[in-house]
Every structure is written in C-alpha cells, then in structure tokens.
Design a protein. Structure first.
Length: 156
C-alpha cells in the first residue's frame, strides 16, 4: 500500500518552491476530505448493524470501535484545520516571500506531513479493525440466531 509521504526524505521540503509545496498541501487537503467521508461511511456501517446485536460482548466491542472512530474524527478535523491554515500561509508566502520565516515555515510543513502520515497509518489500522469486528460480530450474532431458532423448532 502506498505511503502517505509524498516527498523524498532528503532536503525536498527545504528546497522545493512554494507552488510545489502548495500543490502537495492541496493533495493533503483532498485526502483528508476523503478520509472524512470514509469515517462517515464507517459510522453508518456500525449504526446500521448495531441495533441487531444481542450479545453483550459484541456490544462492548462495537462501542470500543466507535470510540476509536470518534477519536479519528477529532484528529481528522484538527488536521484539516491545520492544513487549511497552512494553505493560507503558503498563499501569503507566494504573494509575499517575506510574510513568514521561510526556514521555520518549511520545518512546520515537514512536521505537518509527519502528523498526516501518522494519522493515515492509524486510520488504516482503525478501518481494518472496524471491518474485522463488524465481520466477527455479524458472524457470531448470526450463529446465535440460528441456534436460537433451532432450539425453538426442537421444543415440543
């Protein structure tokens, strides 16, 4: 799977021109907007099958997953705000190269990219966990229903 990092590790950020950094940051924004939509889908997935859950252990697992998604929501929102602010600063730097300390700005750009990379790794791990728990829960609930129906048909 492709890494989120979109730059070489060497001195790219400290050498790239503002327009290239702006384009890179626009891509981050687009990716974060996609992740927000994906989070909405995952919440909807959980909401749709949650009402069918009968086992306490499954309810607890799903609630734990939901808490993880809520954390990802907060992180995504915070990162999107940072990226939007960063884009604003970049546009000001393009218009006026002396608007901010160039070296400090590039260091902040690199730190933001590292935050985004960590977010994406955590997001993927969380998403995988949602699907794993969802699949497990559906399977165990289905088995419980079949067993319950089987007991009803065997009673005189």
């Amino acid at each position: 799977m492709k890494e989120f990092r979109n730059r070489p590790k060497d001195g790219y950020i400290h050498e790239a021109d503002w327009q290239n950094l702006y384009s890179l940051t626009e891509r981050w924004k687009s990716d974060l907007e996609f992740y927000n939509q994906d989070l909405k889908f995952l919440h909807g997935l959980i909401d749709k099958f949650f009402m069918w859950i009968s086992k306490k252990e499954n309810i607890d697992m799903v609630q734990e997953i939901e808490l993880g998604l809520l954390d990802m929501d907060k992180r995504s929102t915070t990162l999107l705000q940072k990226v939007n602010k960063h884009l604003h600063h970049l546009s000001e730097l393009i218009d006026n190269p002396f608007a901010y300390d160039s070296h400090k700005f590039r260091t902040e750009h690199e730190q933001l990219e590292d935050e985004l990379e960590t977010f994406v790794k955590d997001f993927r791990k969380n998403r995988k966990e949602v699907f794993k728990v969802t699949e497990y829960t559906i399977d165990t609930e289905e088995m419980a229903r079949k067993f319950h129906l089987s007991e009803k048909s065997n009673t005189p």
